[in-house]
Design a protein around this ligand. Structure first.
Ligand code: FES
Length: 177
């Protein structure tokens, strides 16, 4: 997590940022933004305004250009999230198969609403658009893992499993750097 530490990526990640930027023509470094946001989010834990401003400086673009992208895609977190982020698909096919009930059940079980984090900082519930597993509806994503054909019993089991063994929210990098 960010914890007000100095906002700076370690050298190996700065090298990776430069490598990604170099994939695009000169002056088109903004094209690296999605990947650089992933790198920053995985390292800092979420995308605070300070982190987004830092990304803007890395890419020599305006902060608003970073905010626009970071707030558009649900894969980016502009609010601090818990150790485990439960992203429940809320698009048509999942809704038809009971996603709303699953969301309600998780809200009740964890005592939080969509977008909120439990008081112990363990779980964040987030509803998101189609995650490409429509044939396995209803489903949710936690870190790199998909949980499919959800039932209340499956939700109970996965929450208990994650409580004792949290999964990384983001791919690739150690969040604590
Ligand atoms: S509609 Fe839920 S994964 Fe596609």
């Amino acid at each position: 997590m960010e914890n007000n530490q100095r906002i700076e990526l370690p050298q190996h990640l700065l090298d990776e940022v430069q490598r990604v930027i170099s994939l695009f023509p000169e002056g088109k470094q903004k094209s690296a933004l999605l990947r650089v946001l992933h790198i920053a989010q995985a390292h800092f834990g979420w995308l605070s305004v300070d982190v987004m401003d830092y990304v803007a400086r890395l890419l020599h673009i305006q902060p608003i250009e970073v905010y626009e992208v970071a707030t558009f895609y649900s894969m980016y977190d502009t609010q601090q999230v818990g150790k485990v982020k439960l992203e429940v698909c809320r698009t048509g096919p999942c809704m038809i198969e009971g996603a709303e009930n699953i969301v309600n059940y998780i809200e009740k079980k964890l005592g939080i609403k969509d977008g909120e984090t439990t008081a112990d900082g363990m779980f964040t519930l987030k509803t998101v658009e189609c995650l490409g597993a429509c044939g396995y509806a209803p489903m949710l994503q936690a870190g790199e893992k998909f949980h499919e054909h959800l039932t209340e019993e499956k939700v109970d089991a996965l929450i208990e499993a994650y409580r004792s063994n949290p999964v990384a929210n983001y791919m690739g990098e150690n969040q604590n750097g």
